[in-house]
Design a binder for this molecule. Sequence first.
Ligand code: ATP
Length: 234
Amino acid sequence: MLRIENLAVSYGRAKVLLDVNLAVNEGEVVAVLGGNGAGKTTTLKTISGLVRPRSGTISFNGEPISGLPSHAIAQLGIAHCPEGRRLFGGMTVEDNLFLGAATPAARKNQHETLDRMYELFPIMKERRKQHAGLLSGGQQQMVAIARALMAEPKLLILDEPSLGLAPKIVTEVFEVIHQVRDAGVTVLLVEQNVAQALGTADRGYVIEQGAVALEGGAQELLKNEELQKAYLGI
Ligand code: ATP
């Protein structure tokens, strides 16, 4: 579904991605792991068209997308749930959700999609008239995921969905990611929480210094000694 080849990205003179190669098959959950500043967020932002690549190719369902504006990439079926949730705290939960239906096709179906979101996240229905900024961190993360799903994407990109959340809530977020995949949406996520991410994902990639240092099936990666030492403290 998604194929990234030889991707290089710079911010000014700083080369952040040197050579990233990565693929996501339809129906998978794929985790991108790595230390702070490795280039994980940059990889996601480049897929979504928020950052332009210096070189390399990105294709989605066989179509080249690198260099396209982000609205065109969204229309092809990629939705990005950013790090830090980025909700409009002074707007209601429901209005935040409607903002996610940003493509013409999604806008047409927005009321039906909203009903589906309320089925997936019942608490959101209860809180729909509250300001999003008043919700707990976990609930805000659920709203951010639901807002991205309002675009009816084929591929959902999640940047650090567990950031700053209590362990019990992190488990709930990963359960939601399972449900999203079961509903037919492919998921690419960046995580610092390596154990949980690989517990949920089918496959993973470890990015170090702007390139893929390690890749494989999630269970195989969990058993990898290098990864255990670097990220799991084993
Ligand atoms: P983290 O987990 O800390 O978010 P990351 O792997 O997601 O790390 P990126 O956010 O992709 O890393 O950042 C990679 C490098 O690029 C870092 O050194 C960061 O300081 C730098 N960087 C990120 N955004 C910009 C920007 N807009 N301008 C300049 N440098 C940037």
